[in-house]
Design a binder for this molecule. Structure first.
Ligand code: FAD
Length: 514
């Protein structure tokens, strides 16, 4: 049960003290909480701006929303689910899994919903973080775990005249299920991961669907097999079989890391993908428009069996001309064509650059450290977790830890274990905080950027993996097991340890505590 009373509605003079404040109740924040509870740590709270757990899978309920990593892998290693219905589960089943896991591990009492964190400030004297909430409340915590997710803030494009549009407009992550799309003339903007999933599902009922494409994505066939009752029964009865299945999926995905480093392999895959487009679309000129001009893998490879065949429908049009203007009831493209529409769906993805999505969320660390300034040239961290100058601030799915080939849950679990090791290291040293050394962080990022140079991600495309100057701040450029191996234990020599000095400056000693 929750050992902590919930925050009172009225701000009190003395802010509540926590050992850990976790920001976000998606896969990351929940994993952190489960691991803390397993170690008997109860002095924490999850602060979640939404009204339910799930993050990505709470918000993305659009038709056809499914994961593109196999469900047996896209779930916690310690909470296997023997009865996934299909290879790649839909959002409803994933969200149900998250809800059940939250209950199973007793996490819910520790979550404070509708609590948006709007600022984090480290006080070196007390070695505590001040956690500022939108409600005006303030908490204090020794550690903060930022599990705010890499893809949660919808990217709302500035389309000329959009504010004048008199029809319906919504973003794919804020799907309006009350709005009936049947018989409507729909414009869908964007051809990324979400659009390729919902467009084929809404096309049959629409009067007309105009798909506005800026850059085509490589879309390869999806394994749509379901798990039969006998397989589920076997997995339920013999957990080892489920684990073996999971291991097989993991190593299959890991083998996909090779085309990333060997462009010749990527080119082979690309020929197959090109053939698949021509076969599925059945129209040479349309196939050409749908075929990317960059190397496969440079942007996230998408999977769908429905995307290309959808363009055979008479009521679906691919529009590649730029949008010039949006009028009250229509969209005009650069070639002067005006298309009347009732509804615009923004399948325009998410704001991924933390320097942008963390605007209005000031984070200040040791004197002179302001995250917005420290990250001006680019977001970087040590293994995506620790940032120099921000003691006891731990990130999940931070810079350069996203993947193009395997499950992010694997990375989250490795990061959570690393944070647990940070807590253990601090306890053993009798210190109040740890702060990664600047040279350690710099060397780490030099290595990452160097490794990224010869990969498919640097083969010339513009992708959301990169910031404006082309620097890739998103991707982990190696195998996931290498990440697991390198984050197995905290290397104390890479950190500075310090003590709270109530009233005076904190003592700060390299590699050890005074
Ligand atoms: C449509 C879609 C499909 C995806 N499919 C896949 C896939 O197939 N495979 C894969 O590996 N990854 C996929 N991803 C990436 C996905 O985001 C991660 O897999 C995973 O869900 C990340 O979990 P998380 O806990 O880090 O973040 P999230 O699930 O985004 O959770 C973050 C939580 O933090 C909360 N929050 C954010 N800011 C604040 C704040 N200031 N105060 C309080 N609370 C806050 C949010 O409300 C949210 O609940 C997909 C993403 C999207 C959008």
């Amino acid at each position: 049960m929750n050992a902590l009373p919930h925050s009172p509605d009225v701000p009190s003079a003395a802010p509540e003290e926590l050992e850990l404040a976790i920001v976000g109740a998606g896969f990351g924040g929940l994993c952190m909480a489960i691991r803390l509870l397993a170690q008997g740590e109860r002095r924490f709270a999850i602060l979640e701006k939404g009204g339910e757990v799930g993050g990505t899978w709470r918000d993305n309920s659009y038709p056809g929303a499914e994961c593109d990593v196999q469900s047996h892998l896209y779930s916690y290693s310690f909470a296997g689910k023997p009865d996934w219905s299909q290879r790649y589960a839909g959002w409803r089943e994933i969200q149900q899994y998250i809800l059940e896991t939250t209950e199973r591990f007793g996490v819910r009492p520790y979550i404070r919903f509708n609590q948006q964190v709007t600022g984090l400030h480290f006080d070196p004297d007390s070695a505590r973080w001040r956690v500022i909430l939108a409600s005006g409340l303030e908490l204090r915590a020794r550690h903060v775990v930022l599990a705010t997710g890499p893809l949660h803030r919808p990217n709302l494009p500035r389309l000329p005249g959009l504010e004048r549009f008199a029809g319906k407009v919504f973003h794919s992550a804020q799907w309006d299920h009350g709005y009936d799309l049947a018989g409507k003339r729909i414009a869908s903007i964007g051809t990324g991961g979400s659009a390729i999933q919902y467009c084929p599902r809404i096309a049959p009922a629409a009067a007309q669907l105009h798909v506005f494409q800026r850059t085509p994505a490589w879309v390869i066939p999806r394994d749509v097999r379901t798990y039969g009752e006998s397989t589920k029964k076997r997995f339920r009865r013999f957990d080892v079989l489920r684990r073996l299945h999971r291991a097989r999926l993991y190593w299959t995905n890991e083998s996909r890391v090779w085309p990333i480093f060997h462009p010749a392999l990527a080119r082979g895959l690309q020929r197959l993908a090109r053939w698949n487009i021509r076969r599925a679309v059945g129209d040479e000129s349309l196939a050409r428009k749908l075929t990317p001009d960059y190397t496969i893998g440079c942007k996230r490879v998408l999977i769908s069996n429905e995307w290309y065949p959808m363009f055979r429908r008479p009521n679906v049009e691919l529009v590649t001309a730029d949008i010039r203007e949006i009028r009250e009831r229509s969209i005009v493209t650069a070639d002067g064509v005006e298309r009347p529409v009732d509804c615009i769906i923004l399948g325009t993805g998410f704001v991924v650059d933390p320097r942008i999505y963390m605007q209005g969320f000031p984070v200040t660390g040791m004197p002179g450290h302001e995250l917005a300034r420290d990250w001006q040239a680019g977001a970087e961290a040590f293994y995506g977790i620790s940032v120099t100058g921000y003691p006891n601030l731990h990130q999940l799915v931070g810079p350069n830890t996203a993947l193009g080939h395997n499950s992010i849950i694997f990375m989250i679990e490795a990061q959570v274990r690393y944070v647990m090791d940070c807590l253990r290291t601090l306890r053993e040293r009798g210190a109040d905080y740890l702060d990664v050394q600047a040279p350690a962080q710099a060397q780490f990022n030099e290595r990452i950027q160097h490794a990224l140079q010869d990969t498919v991600w640097s083969s010339g495309c513009r992708s959301w993996y990169q910031q404006a100057d082309g620097r890739n701040f998103t991707i982990w450029p190696y195998s996931t097991w290498r990440y697991w191996l390198e984050t197995r234990r905290v290397d104390a020599a890479q950190y500075r340890f310090g003590q709270a000095q109530k009233g005076t400056a904190a003592s700060h000693v390299d590699g050890h505590v005074d």
